[in-house]
Design a protein around this ligand. Structure first.
Ligand code: G16
Length: 545
């Protein structure tokens, strides 16, 4: 059968469900994400686009991840991963949106061919796509649609079955660098565990981890994968006592339910199950294990959270010190990338105390990652715990090739080189970030309380607001201000003026059908009051059109 006929026939098996009120499917903050029953046709069309992208990039492997991460169990999502394990290039998000929204199967074939012609894609060269999914049962239907598209588009594929999102990103990069001087690691899930476990042992170098770490896995894919990973840590080299909780992936309805990183961050409290143990060092992953939040419940003062901003400042300060001890201070530009959600106190601490450059980007790790690549060492974390640390090739070479003049300098260089392997260079990774935090705490001999003492957060509140049409809200200035609907920003400004050290903004979520409001102020009650005021503004403007 001819290429076009095969695509037409396969597409008929996976029709697109028209959205209410003629709305379009949109490639959002993290791909297409919505109720799973709307996504079968989308997954098929994303498969076609991934095949085109592979051919456009000279047959390099492209990744597709089926996950809705922190969203409730009924949702799912589809996102594309570029050859070095990065998020899909933004120009292609537009193409994805165009291809996915074709109203008929015939239109789909026509737009597909238009893209082939416009992008000068050679359909005769090989294409390769690799994919994985989280534990949502709906993932099965979606990968079937995806695979049908790949077969129709004469594309080789590898189904890695159930993976965390960062594992898929790792595999994409490992596949495309295999056998080259920049090989990222063995092309298998085991290769991922081996690489990280060995780097963890090297980075610890005899330091001791204090007590047990409890890890809440949001009842998502992070649970089984963490259990698996722990088998790769040699007990005689590092004693790492981990208690894995909320690791039930057999009851799909409990995924992200009252647990996980998003719950902890937005509710600012520990998951009720299992009952929090006073003083226990605890962290939470999200549903696909790319976000990480630390916390403990203090017997005296109650819940205390160490979020993405704290992880970012901890990493930046530790790596900054190592760079100095390694004698590389004058050669390395270190920068920190945050979003508008970053607590103002963290931005001050990083820029004024650590004296590092801070850049603010719109939400979405794709934006932060891109800016972080402009530094020799780019530390990027969203406040929600999504992030990583990027090392440039020059930095990695310097860690390896610099001749140490003292044992202290050698120790710093070795630790930096180990961190380069430990920290996922493709995307935020809860497992690898957690190991990084454990390494830093062990080196500093710090408890969570010591870490928390570095600065004091401004009280803040994050609220999810349901509105009739979130697309009415458009932002500017790295999402710190609303440009639409007209008048809304002025009202937010008026509300902010009433409080001390206050800041607030609102934006449409790119992963949920809602807006988000963030507010911070000098006291908890002021932050809450300000958030309530801004929520009312958003509700009013969101329903008035
Ligand atoms: C995704 C993105 C993150 C973003 C989050 C929330 O995370 O990868 O960069 O912060 O969505 O985005 P929004 O506020 O636009 O809904 P995840 O962990 O859900 O994939």
């Amino acid at each position: 059968m001819a290429h076009n006929d095969k695509i037409l026939a396969a597409s008929q098996k996976h029709p697109l469900v028209p959205l209410e009120r003629g709305q379009l499917y949109k490639y959002g903050t993290a791909g297409f994400r919505m109720r799973a029953d709307l996504l079968e046709g989308v997954a098929f069309r994303v498969g076609l686009l991934a095949a085109l992208r592979s051919r456009k990039l000279n047959s390099q492997a492209i990744g597709v991840m089926i996950t809705a991460s922190h969203n409730p169990a009924v949702d799912n999502g589809v996102k594309i991963v570029d050859p070095m394990g990065e998020m899909l290039e933004q120009d292609w998000e537009r193409l994805a949106t165009a291809l996915v929204n074709c109203p008929t199967h015939e239109d789909l074939v026509e737009v597909y061919n238009k893209l082939v012609a416009e992008l000068k894609i050679d359909l005769t060269i090989p294409a390769k796509v690799i994919y994985g999914r989280d534990t949502r049962p709906s993932g099965h239907t979606l990968v079937t649609a995806l695979a049908d598209a790949l077969v129709a588009a004469d594309t080789e594929y590898v189904d890695y079955k159930i993976l965390t999102t960062p594992q898929l990103h790792y595999l994409v990069r490992a596949t495309n660098t295999e056998g080259t001087p920049s090989s990222y690691g063995k092309v298998s899930e085991v290769g991922y565990y081996e690489k990280i476990a060995s780097a963890f042992v090297r980075a610890m170098k005899g330091r001791k981890i204090d007590g047990t770490l409890t890890v809440d896995c949001a009842n998502g894919v992070g649970g089984p994968k963490l259990h698996e990973f722990l088998k790769y840590i040699p007990k005689d080299k590092v004693a790492f006592d981990v208690k894995v909780v909320n690791d039930d992936v057999l009851r799909p309805e409990v995924l992200n339910l009252d647990c996980g990183a998003d719950f902890v961050k937005t509710k600012q409290r520990a998951p009720p199950i299992p009952k929090p143990q006073p003083g226990a060092r605890t962290c939470s992953f999200d549903g696909d294990a790319d976000r990480l939040i630390y916390y403990w419940v203090d017997p005296q003062t109650g819940f205390f959270m160490l979020d993405g901003d704290r992880i970012s400042s901890l990493a930046a300060s530790f790596i900054g010190d190592l760079i100095e001890s390694a004698g590389l201070k004058d050669d390395m530009r270190i920068g920190v990338v945050q979003t508008a959600y970053a607590n103002g106190a963290s931005t001050n601490y990083i820029s004024q105390h650590l004296k590092l450059k801070v850049i603010c980007t719109p939400t979405g790790v794709k934006h932060l990652h891109h800016v972080a690549q402009g530094f020799d060492i780019g530390v990027y974390f969203e406040a929600n715990g999504h992030g990583t640390v990027l090392f440039s090739p020059d930095a990695l070479n310097a860690f390896r090739d610099t001749k140490p003049q003292s044992p202290a300098q050698k120790d710093a260089l070795d630790t930096l080189a180990a961190l380069g392997d430990l920290i996922n260079q493709t995307v935020g990774d809860a497992l690898s970030d957690m190991l990084m935090v454990e390494v830093i705490l062990a080196h500093k001999n710090w408890t969570l309380r010591d870490w928390a003492m570095t600065y004091t957060d401004l009280p803040n509140r994050l609220v999810r607001v349901e509105v009739a049409d979130k697309d009415l809200f458009e932002t500017t200035d790295a999402e710190r201000r609303l440009s639409k609907p007209s008048g809304a920003q002025e009202e937010i400004d008026e509300a902010v003026k009433k409080y001390k050290d206050a800041r607030s903004f609102a934006r449409a979520s790119g992963t949920e059908n809602a807006c988000r409001v963030y507010a911070e102020a000098a006291t908890r009650s002021e932050a809450n009051e300000l958030a309530d005021r801004v929520v009312r503004v958003i509700e009013r403007y969101g329903s008035s059109q």
